[in-house]
Design a protein around this ligand. Structure first.
Ligand SMILES: Cc1cc2nc3c(=O)[nH]c(=O)nc-3n(C[C@H](O)[C@H](O)[C@H](O)COP(=O)(O)OP(=O)(O)OC[C@H]3O[C@@H](n4cnc5c(N)ncnc54)[C@H](O)[C@@H]3O)c2cc1C
Length: 438
């Protein structure tokens, strides 16, 4: 694989963030008369979509309790909506359902949606929630649900196809996307800026800036940049937590059942929104065996070959060798039973679906920061890091903001995600959700 000897801009990683950054940067450079896509090279050690972006469930939602996440997501949904065909985006909406403990969080999310102009409705109380869900799906039967946030924007996109759509847009702007070239290190100047990117195919001299968007390989790049494996965090209360690991891993449990996709439809035959259900009602298998009587949650969507989705992730101890994502299923033995039981708990159309569970390539590891929120920041004078803490397939618009920053503008949407927040205590509020990404 040949690489250029030098490039003004080097983007590392051809996932959703690397490609979105490259495409938007090419446009910024062209519009400002500062250059063009030909000034950008994107390097990927495998190929576009080989990382998390190519295996993501593809859910696009704005159920975020944190104001900064919510505002950023609104900008991202704008990008999805700008070209649904190219991004293989299905604007079917998204429904979050929860038990009493989540009422205040979802109400706060809904109220912010109203303020920022994001289209959603809120239903409170078991009877109203049940009536809304039965109106959409007459066989709805989930128990213990007292709050429902129905987002009329968002939905999901097909993972690899949306990466391919971004890739085509990059190439149309003249960006060079090189597969099969691994970044192995950086050559630094005395002021810590990077003068060259070292790769498996030789060095590339950097004219201006480097953008690193490595998805779950964040820890490796963190270490290549000489950044600390553990950090101190000032909490909002003013205490300091010492030596907190900067990176941890969770294993995302996802799977699918093979059914006629059209069996999962709205009462009027329309395409169903993505459903996310959390409840503390006991969960039983269709055989009657108790699976759990603690808070549990699942999400699911209509897919090309059936119904696909996931459940709460599992923590992973120690370091993770991520090379590459598995070609087969990556879930634990209990997941299929639990997920199918939960589908059946939610809607009677899924009763008895366990034998239809498909052992397919699904699930995988995500890499999370010390507070589970992204770090979008310069970590060297000319090295911008897009480290999304696994929030990010839906965040296709982050690249648009990064491109603005790279050409010298301020992004108020990215500012709350600067690394400095750990030292200053300017952290994001935490919700009651059991998921590290809500
Ligand atoms: C199972 C699963 C389901 C998910 N579902 C959702 C979802 O429904 N909605 C959502 O919003 N998010 C979801 N996510 C999270 C989302 O997928 C990621 O946050 C996002 O895709 C990260 O994008 P990225 O561009 O940063 O990284 P990636 O897509 O991982 O791209 C990074 C690229 O960098 C390349 N690379 C790595 N190391 C090197 C190197 N040394 N040199 C050169 N190239 C290198 C890799 O080959 C890879 O192609 C999910 C994640 C997982 C694992």
């Amino acid at each position: 694989m040949t690489i250029p000897a030098s490039s003004k801009y080097v983007v590392v990683g051809a996932g959703i963030h690397g490609l979105s950054t490259a495409m938007h940067l090419a446009r910024e450079l062209t519009q400002r008369g500062l250059g063009s896509g030909a000034d950008i090279v994107v390097l990927d050690k495998s190929r576009p979509g080989a990382g998390a972006s190519g295996i993501a469930c593809g859910v696009v939602r704005n159920n975020y309790f944190q104001p900064a996440m919510s505002e950023l997501m609104q900008a991202c949904v704008e990008v999805w909506e700008s070209d649904p065909a190219a991004y293989h985006y299905n604007p079917v909406g998204y429904i979050a359902l929860g038990p009493q403990v989540q009422e205040s969080d979802l109400t706060a999310v809904y109220e912010r949606h109203q303020r920022i102009g994001y289209r959603s409705d809120l239903y409170l109380g078991e009877a109203d929630v049940d009536a809304h869900m039965k109106w959409l799906f007459p066989d709805w039967r989930a128990q213990g649900v007292t709050v429902c946030l129905h987002e009329h924007q968002g939905g999901f996109a097909f993972n690899q196809e949306s990466v391919d759509g971004l890739l085509a847009k990059c190439e149309a702007e003249g960006v060079r996307v090189v597969s099969g070239v691994e970044v192995t290190g950086f050559t630094s100047r005395a002021d810590d800026s990077v003068s060259a990117v070292e790769t498996s195919a030789g060095p590339i001299e950097v004219g201006e800036q480097v953008v690193i968007a490595p998805g779950p390989w964040a820890r490796r790049f963190w270490s290549l940049l000489g950044l600390p494996a553990a950090i101190d965090i000032r909490t909002q209360a003013g205490d300091v937590q010492q030596n907190v690991p900067m990176w941890t891993y969770w294993n995302l449990q996802e799977g699918e059942i093979t059914v006629d996709p059209l069996m999962f439809a709205l009462a009027d035959g329309g395409a169903p929104p993505v459903i996310h259900l959390d409840t503390d009602a006991p969960l039983y298998a269709d055989t009657g065996e108790l699976i759990t009587d603690e808070l549990w949650g699942i999400y699911y969507k209509r897919d090309r070959h059936g119904v696909q989705g996931g459940a709460s992730p599992l923590t992973v101890d120690g370091d993770v060798e991520l090379d590459p994502y598995p070609s087969t299923t990556n879930v634990d033995d209990e997941f299929p039973e639990m997920w199918c039981a939960a589908l059946s708990h939610a809607m009677s159309r899924f009763e008895g679906c366990r034998p239809l569970y498909k052992q397919a390539r699904s699930g995988g590891v995500g890499s999370f920061t010390a507070d589970n929120f992204p770090v979008f920041d310069y970590m060297r004078p000319n090295v911008y890091c897009v480290l999304d803490s696994n929030h990010g397939y839906k965040m296709i618009g982050v690249g648009r903001e990064v491109a603005k920053v790279v050409v010298g503008e301020h992004s108020s949407l990215l500012y709350p995600f600067r690394f400095e927040r750990f030292a200053t205590g300017d952290l994001h509020p935490v919700s009651h959700s059991p998921y590290p990404w809500s």
